[in-house]
Design a protein around this ligand. Structure first.
Ligand code: HEM
Ligand code: HEM
Length: 213
């Protein structure tokens, strides 16, 4: 459980950086984008049971909603993944098919919305993991702040340890502001998705169907 949560949060963090693009510069967008592809493959491998169980059980409203959201996420992810090799500049394979850039960008924007919806559906799984997985149950607010400061120092140190030439050529304030803006979008969409799920669950109770997460 804990390793899944760490992967979930790492994917979310990397996604929020990658989707910003401009303050990051092309090289780091593509490099972190490739890292994200690998993380998403691992995440899907760990969740492979979901694909196997698609043909089993009954399809209540809540399950249909989950499948629609996951379907949207998978399609948008595939749009980004399959177009990347043909538009790449830093890892160019020699192709430069410009019309695919539009599909790639639209896929990225759709992925942001789909990740918000996906997170809202999984809020019930994520919430206890925040508390237990990060051992925050008995930690005071001051303790949480100290941990965040230590994390900030470690990330800053990693940044400055990198040789000058390989350091991300980024505009740090642009990256932070971009990430915060996208995080607010994701949380807002997640909240809406959570309420849709709760509503469908209520309706499902009136007309019972086996809920599958
Ligand atoms: C930033 C990104 C993402 C986050 C934070 C996230 C979070 C989660 C969480 C919390 C779960 C429940 C099980 C677990 O913890 O592993 C889950 C399940 C799943 N995720 Fe993701 N996910 C992300 C991206 C993706 C992407 C890009 C895909 C597909 C391309 C995907 C496909 C799935 C599938 C198929 C499941 C199992 C079915 C389900 O329970 O919905 N996820 N995800
Ligand atoms: C899941 C990972 C990725 C996501 C979510 C993503 C998303 C995006 C988004 C939203 C944009 C538009 C940014 C803007 O104009 O403000 C963009 C641009 C771009 N991406 Fe990605 N991307 C990912 C991975 C990659 C990878 C792996 C490559 C190449 C190897 C790549 C190559 C590019 C290029 C070349 C552009 C600029 C296109 C243009 O100028 O019209 N991306 N990406």
């Amino acid at each position: 459980m804990k390793k899944q949560f760490i992967l979930d949060m790492t994917m979310l963090f990397v996604f929020l950086i990658v989707v910003g693009y401009k303050p990051l510069g092309n090289y780091w967008h593509e490099t972190l984008g490739i890292v994200l592809f690998v993380l998403v493959f691992l995440h899907n491998y760990w969740n492979r049971q979901w694909y196997k169980s698609l043909s089993k059980g009954s399809w209540g409203l809540e399950r249909k909603y989950t499948a629609a959201v996951d379907g949207l996420l998978i399609v948008s992810f595939l749009a980004v993944l399959l177009t990347a090799p043909f538009i790449s500049r830093s890892y160019s394979l020699g192709f430069n098919i410009h019309f695919l850039e539009g599909i790639h960008k639209a896929g990225g924007a759709l992925m942001l919305a789909a990740i918000g919806l996906h997170l809202g559906i999984h809020w019930a799984i994520l919430k206890p993991r925040f508390v237990n997985g990060l051992h925050l149950a008995n930690v005071s607010t001051a303790g949480i702040i100290v941990r965040l400061v230590v994390l900030g120092i470690v990330l800053g140190a990693i940044y400055f340890i990198l040789p000058t030439g390989t350091r991300p050529n980024l505009n740090p304030s642009g990256v932070y502001i971009g990430m915060l803006g996208h995080l607010v979008d994701v949380i807002g969409i997640a909240a809406v998705s959570y309420f849709i799920q709760m509503h469908l669950r209520k309706l499902g109770r009136k007309a019972p169907a086996k809920p599958v997460r």
